[in-house]
Design a protein around this ligand. Structure first.
Ligand code: ADP
Ligand code: MG
Length: 479
């Protein structure tokens, strides 16, 4: 290895330490040193998109890292490696693709990276394909490992339907919008759609977290022409976006809206998951919200005890394929299913502990061991997610007014008080901000909400009857 090559290795290590693994593998993993001469470092990347991104975001940093290694470096030059120099990528066997999606993150990795891996896309710009690379997938999250129960039957059926659709089939519901609390299987279902769709090799399924959408996809759009963007979209059969609640920023939303409309209008399927229904995506523009609500919106409820039990059983079976000696008696599973009520992630955590204990100490799994190991995962019943709509509905019913009275500008006493109570409940039972609450109450100002909250707070201290009314309302909302 030449001196320069060694320097390059050290520069890369430096960069990685500075920007972190994720950023490094997204942008620099495929950057090569071509030449170092006369104080000019010539680096190459595979696409124009990468080049322009690095140039505008990291040029100085890369230069500084070089200068820390070799003082005489004065300038960095970025070039796009010509594709003909590199041999074309052969389609990889699936197992390898899965592995790639676990470890190496970054564009173009993973099964749905538009890296030309076995599936050349239409003749768009390679930079766009690059940028369209999806988020990493977990090989375990498939339909086979998804256990169906009362709370998720509809969502699972809709997801299967979407995954099974063929190119050119009429799109039944668009977008498919799945919402549920944390750990209830949203990501699992979305990735199952992605695996199934891509395995059938019918339509390209692109899975993106909202974050990836913001930092990869959107920025790629900005550097591409409208034509290149259209070309790229043409290659996507199904766009899957996870954790939509994290989508932020006005311009990102505009791009999202644009993408959503373009795909839906072109008859492409869009699938979305979020922790709340479209109506409660406070920061989204009304038009986007209504577009989202215009497809099929499905909620997944909490996992019932039976479903938890079935999930645990399935988990043990799959754990046993790697650890044949791992055996969990059914009463232990029943115990965990009964007591660990939180969500799917805690169920997994509980089993992992039993497995670790069993492996490390060689003791077999007993009820006693389980009681000891999972103690801290047993939480009091997770408080229910209260929705502003429910508050309005229940308060309206209680005070015998209509929901539209609550949202109206009427100021008669029989509406004012219930409205204040409802706003007070919205503030105390949900995490919504004052402006958000104001908006949901007929577009009121946040100071009006604040006034209502203070007013009711002041009253409940002295007015026993009101305090009791509010307690009853809270109980109804939380049961
Ligand atoms: P979310 O994205 O809704 O927060 P995840 O999809 O990440 O939740 O699920 C959390 C964990 O629970 C994952 O390990 C997932 O495999 C498991 N899980 C949730 N629901 C199910 C189900 N119905 N069948 C099997 N595993 C499930
Ligand atoms: Mg998730």
């Amino acid at each position: 290895m030449s001196n320069d090559d060694e320097s390059w290795l050290r520069v890369k290590a430096r960069l990685r330490a500075e920007v972190g693994d994720d950023v490094f593998s997204s942008w620099f993993a495929r950057m090569d040193l071509e030449q170092l001469a006369d104080g000019v470092v010539r680096l190459s990347v595979p696409t124009r998109f990468l080049k322009s991104w690095i140039q505008s975001h990291y040029a100085e940093r890369v230069l500084a890292c070089w200068q820390a290694e070799q003082e005489q470096v004065g300038r960095i030059e970025l070039i796009v490696r010509s594709a003909v120099l590199k041999t074309t990528v052969q389609p990889k066997p699936k197992a390898e693709l899965m592995a790639a999606s676990d470890g190496a993150r970054g564009f173009g990795n993973g099964i749905n990276g538009g890296n030309g891996v076995g599936r050349p896309m239409s003749a768009g710009d390679p930079g766009v394909h690059e940028a369209l690379g999806g988020s990493p997938l977990d090989a375990r999250l498939t339909f086979d490992s998804f256990v169906v129960g009362r709370s998720n039957t509809l969502a699972q059926a809709a997801a299967r339907q979407v995954a099974a659709a063929r190119r050119g089939d009429p799109v039944m519901f668009n977008p498919l919008y799945i919402h549920a609390g944390v750990g209830l299987g949203k990501t699992h279902l979305l990735q199952a759609i992605t695996w199934a769709g891509n395995a059938a090799n019918e339509r390209k399924v692109l899975y993106l977290t909202a974050e990836k959408f913001m930092y990869g996809f959107v920025s790629a759009l900005r550097t591409q022409t409208a034509l290149a963007f259209k070309e790229a979209l043409r290659g996507i059969g199904v766009l899957v976006i996870d954790d939509l609640q994290f989508l932020q920023g006005k311009s990102t939303q505009a791009e999202f809206c644009h993408t959503l409309n373009a795909l839906i209008d072109a008859g492409r399927q869009v699938v979305i998951a979020s922790d709340r229904p479209p109506s409660e995506l406070e920061s989204l523009d009304d038009r986007v919200r209504s577009r989202l609500a215009g497809g099929l919106v499905v909620e997944m409820g909490t996992l019932g005890e039976e479903l938890r039990f079935e999930i645990l059983k399935a988990r043990v079976v799959s754990a046993r394929s790697h650890h044949p000696s791992f055996d969990v008696p059914l009463p232990v599973l029943a115990y965990i299913a009964k007591t660990v009520t939180h969500n799917g992630r805690d169920l997994e955590g509980a089993l992992n502990r039993l497995l670790a204990h069993n492996k490390l100490t060689g003791q077999s799994v007993t009820l006693e061991m389980a009681e000891r190991e999972v103690r801290d995962l047993i939480r009091p019943q997770e408080p229910k997610r209260v929705k502003i709509e429910d508050i309005q509905r229940i308060v309206a019913r209680q005070y015998n007014v209509s929901r539209s009275d609550l949202l109206s500008s009427r100021r008669t006493a029989n509406v004012v008080r219930p409205r204040q109570v409802a706003m007070y409940l919205a503030k105390t039972l949900t995490l919504r901000s004052l402006p958000e609450i104001g908006r949901r109450f007929g577009g009121r100002d946040h100071t009006t909400v604040l006034h209502a909250v203070r007013k009711i707070e002041g009253l409940v201290g002295n007015d026993m009857a009101l305090a009791e009314e509010i307690e009853i309302l809270k109980r109804q909302l939380q049961e």
